[in-house]
Write a protein of this length. Sequence first.
Length: 315
Amino acid sequence: MILDIEHRLNFTYSGFISESSMELRVEPTSNQHQTVRSFYIAVGPVTKVFRFINWLGAPTHHFSITDYHKEIQVISRSVVESHPKHPGLEEILDSVEDIPTDGPILDSLMFTELVVDSEKLRQFCSSVDTSATLGGVVQQVAELVNQHMTYVAEVTTVATTSDEVLDHQSGVCQDFAHLALAMLRSLGIPCRYVSGYFHVSEPTKPSESHAWVEFFSPSFGWCGYDPTHGCLPDERHVMIAHGRDYNDAAPNRGVYVGNAAESLKVEVKTTEAEPTSPLDLRDDIGRIEVPVYAEFPQFTRSATPSDQMVAQQQQ
């Protein structure tokens, strides 16, 4: 399947901010499961956008705006051919005891700020039969997550931990993923958080940014599982980045200077498509014109006095 993916982020501020710096992870990664045919990104106010590969191998863009502004718009377009090759859980016959626990795998066994170890977690995992095959253990974890969790939006935040998810028994895809990661790591299985997109073919439902997990098999390498939808990643899944938890793979992160509150609106649209060149994507998106001011605009000085400027974390 070839997917044309448009990802829009619109940051608005209650008053003028004098400077902002942002890092983005919105470019899909080419791997054995997918091939990126083309990608283009535009930012307004117009500024220089830099690209690098981060320490986990994810394409990352960053930019700064140093004039006064009240809005930032980001539009990215990707054309990706998906050809997933994840093995079925019943095919993964490794023993949990045979999984390596050192070298580059070690990070994938460590608990984090969002994926936490606790007595509550260990009790929740106590019914899992670890003498089963690796695929069998992952299947048991998936079933427990599915039985325990209900998909409900806006009951958690990006800072919600896996223990808090256990208490809520509800959340969105990143919460399903964090709980699955905590369980797998508690059972000694290396695993990582995956961020990306999920194509929804029904015209009445929007597509979405999405998250799932991968676990390590000595026989197959990194294998995916989507605990939110209860399935293997298929041609509807497009990967952007992976990490120890959400914080390593967040689509946007940054800071701004100004006495203003920030709001973020996100829109993802995916459609089945034909291969498209980057030049075509550039022409489709065009130039994003957002006004900036070299000096603080006098007509709004009372809203955000310059002597009260503070640095704040972007979402």
